[in-house]
Design a protein around this ligand. Structure first.
Ligand SMILES: Nc1ncnc2c1ncn2[C@@H]1O[C@H](COP(=O)(O)OP(=O)(O)OP(=O)(O)O)[C@@H](O)[C@H]1O
Length: 677
């Protein structure tokens, strides 16, 4: 059975928690045909694990009556005593029931949200190092407080990695009072923060931040420690702060103890191979180099052949004469160059002269979109992506007055994957992990556990529609929006790219439909717009990734109209991204509908089957009419092929990186600092 031909009722329905023992949860959101496969991938029945964790619920509940009766001071005292027990070596699993009951009570008191039982189950799964797959809107932010608190009790810090600064700050601010009531401190690490602020944030019991900042801080600390000579002897060890003089610079991080990764699929899989790189040159050094290239390009014409420089025809080499050097010294120079050595300046000028004589525009190179592209002298073709070495390329850029691309060199480098594998304990949450089960298990040794929803989902997937051409598809999308808009239902439309959003926006305007467009470049405003997308008559166009992690609340009266209607206009390369968009509606038991649109000229066909098939489909699509609908399975299979290909690529890279690290360690190098460019 294909994903597309699933009956509407099969998507997103789950038994409520009270049935969890007798009626184990289905793996929601996945096509029925995949369920058996997914279950087999989980390395044991998920149901029994969920049932076992379910048995902890009464133990947590047993504390509730007592805790409700205690005052705030007593709760804090209890928390302190848990901290003491954890630090004395008592197993955290033993402390879990009381700890989770405490967090639940603190949250109820300070923010008025009492963790649902399913959130408790999610919290237990996270404590056991799983990837908890919770449907969007099920309250991952609140669930996170449970393992964050429990792991923080040992005093080594709990980190929560989110996808952007905005979410880190928002979630930290929302949950800080809960932790504070239990005597724990909360810090946030933001991109703009200086090292003192960072050190303070990492010094807190709980630290929110982005994977990127956690990674850069790790690298900066490592560079610092090497400078201080403290990294020796424990190349892959943890930071202890030992070796750093209390009065001098100090690392900002403590050890990598526990990290909870929000949007785990995005961070641990999509971003996993992205290396975080610290350049060997600082901003100031780069500015100085650029200024020197520009200055040399400007003044080189004052140097005359034979008088100021000699030119060796054979070697094509320029060499300043004594008079030339004298002229150089006498020339006025920008302030930034005052610290440049004279010998360096001679070289810059010699290079600028050589470039002016030997490298000609539109013969040796062309300028396209503000970039130098080399013309291959033998073939006359453009050699895209190639660069001249030894500063020639940069000297030409300066000559043409375009951006000078100074190589920064790599001082330190870590991939997101390596960063998280360094943590002693790691857990993840996401709305969409099941399709990456295998990868999580192989790479991170983490199990994906689907957590049942609090209330049965009321989301309905309307039958998918396939059109012959993109134009026909957009016309149908506009009609769909119009129909929903007429009855006042809010509509969210996801597109694959910014230009497609703009195109749809023009069509909607032409059809007289008031709407808002938001793209992924303004995270803060974006969250605000997405949050308002549940109001009457609201039509919101967004790229698929926009608004990830933001809550769309239905305005009063919208439930009755059928809730939010989500339109997906094209399959993304990864089904997980599609599911993120679908998850914007039908949150917390709200009603909602979704519909997937496709056309025979969609990009995914080309990515999945190659250009020939894509071309044939596109041609056929022009006259296909209603027959296009029959290709629905083919398009979903194209997406699966792309996913498999990406997966293979990621595994190949992983293997390569592992080998590199092994080799470097054998050679006594630091794989994070001694990085090949
Ligand atoms: N136990 C609770 N009691 C009351 N409200 C809750 C509870 N848990 C969550 N909520 C509310 O549910 C909404 C959704 O929560 P949240 O945004 O954390 O969901 P999410 O799972 O992170 O969704 P997404 O996948 O979109 O990030 C929020 O408004 C939150 O305040």
């Amino acid at each position: 059975m294909t994903y597309a031909s699933l009956p509407v009722s099969d998507i997103g329905t789950l038994p409520p928690l009270r049935n969890i023992m007798t009626n184990p949860p289905t793996i929601h959101g996945l096509p029925t045909g995949w369920r058996a496969q997914v279950l087999s991938l989980l390395g044991g029945p998920v149901q029994s694990r969920l049932a076992r964790w379910g048995q902890v619920l009464p133990q947590i509940a047993a504390f509730e009556e007592t805790l409700v009766a205690e005052d705030d001071r007593e709760l804090r005292k209890r928390s302190l005593s848990l901290k003491y027990r954890a630090k004395s070596g008592e197993k955290l699993a033993t402390l879990l029931p009381e700890a989770y009951a405490l967090v639940r009570e603190a949250s109820r008191r300070v923010i008025g949200q009492r963790h649902y039982d399913v959130q408790m189950i999610g919290g237990i799964a996270l404590f056991h190092g799983s990837i908890a797959e919770m449907e969007t809107g099920e309250g991952k932010t609140l669930t996170a407080t449970l393992p964050m608190y429990l792991h923080a009790l040992v005093g080594k810090g709990s980190h929560l990695a989110t996808v952007n600064d905005y979410l880190a700050e928002r979630d930290a601010n929302m949950m800080r009072p809960v932790y504070a009531m239990l005597g724990l401190t909360t810090g946030v690490v933001l991109t703009k923060d200086k090292s003192d602020a960072r050190r303070k944030a990492y010094g807190c019991d709980i630290t929110y931040g982005t994977a990127k900042e956690f990674g850069f801080d790790f690298l900066r600390d490592r560079l610092l420690l090497r400078r201080l000579g403290a990294a020796q002897g424990s190349l892959l060890g943890q930071f202890t702060g030992v070796g750093a003089d209390a009065n001098s610079e100090q690392p900002v991080q403590r050890e990598a103890h526990f990290c909870l990764v929000d949007e785990a699929d995005s961070i641990l899989i999509d971003e996993a191979r992205t290396p975080l790189i610290i350049g060997a040159l600082g901003d100031k050094a780069i500015d100085r180099i650029v200024a020197t290239y520009r200055w040399a390009a400007e003044v080189q014409s004052q140097f005359l052949e034979e008088k100021h420089y000699d030119y060796d025809d054979e070697d094509k080499k320029v060499e300043l004469t004594a008079a030339g050097r004298q002229l150089l010294r006498a020339l006025p120079k920008p302030e930034l160059l005052s610290t440049m050595g004279l010998v360096d300046l001679y070289q810059y000028i010699e290079r600028a002269i050589k470039v002016a004589r030997d490298y000609l525009l539109n013969r040796h190179y062309v300028v396209i979109d503000g970039e130098i592209t080399i013309v291959d002298e033998n073939t006359g073709r453009l050699a895209e992506g190639r660069k001249w070495r030894d500063g020639i390329h940069q000297a030409i850029e300066a000559k043409e007055k375009i951006e000078v691309s100074v190589a920064t060199g790599q001082a330190a480098r870590i991939t997101v994957q390596d960063l998280f594998l360094r943590y002693k304990h790691i857990a993840g949450m996401t709305g969409t992990a099941m399709s990456a089960t295998n990868e999580f298990r192989k790479v991170y040794k983490m199990r994906v556990v689907p957590i049942p929803t609090n209330r049965p989902s009321q989301r309905k997937r309307l039958p998918d529609l396939v059109f012959g051409t993109e134009d026909e598809k957009w016309a149908a999308v506009v009609e769909d929006v119009k129909a929903m808009n007429q009855v006042g239902r809010p509509v969210l439309i996801g597109t694959k790219s910014i230009d497609k959003s703009m195109h749809l926006s023009r069509l909607l305007t032409a059809a007289g439909i008031t709407h808002r467009v938001l793209n992924a470049n303004e995270v803060e405003r974006e969250a605000e717009i997405v949050a308002l997308a549940g109001e009457q008559f609201k039509v919101t166009v967004a790229t698929n990734m926009a608004g990830r992690g933001t809550d769309i609340k239905l305005a009063p009266g919208m439930r009755e109209l059928g809730g939010l209607h989500v339109i997906c206009t094209e399959l993304h390369d990864s089904a997980r991204i599609d599911r993120q968009l679908v998850g914007r509606c039908g949150r917390q038991g709200d009603p909602g509908t979704t519909r997937q649109y496709m056309s025979l000229d969609d990009d995914v066909i080309k990515s999945g089957y190659g250009p020939e098939v894509a071309e044939r489909m596109e041609q056929w699509g022009k006259t296909a009419g209603p027959a296009a609908q029959r290709q629905v399975g083919m398009i979903f299979r194209a997406q699966q092929r792309v996913e498999r290909k990406h997966l293979r690529d990621r595994f190949a890279l992983l293997h390569h990186e592992k080998e590199r690290k092994k080799m470097q360690l054998e050679m006594g190098q630091d794989p994070y600092l001694d990085t090949p460019d």
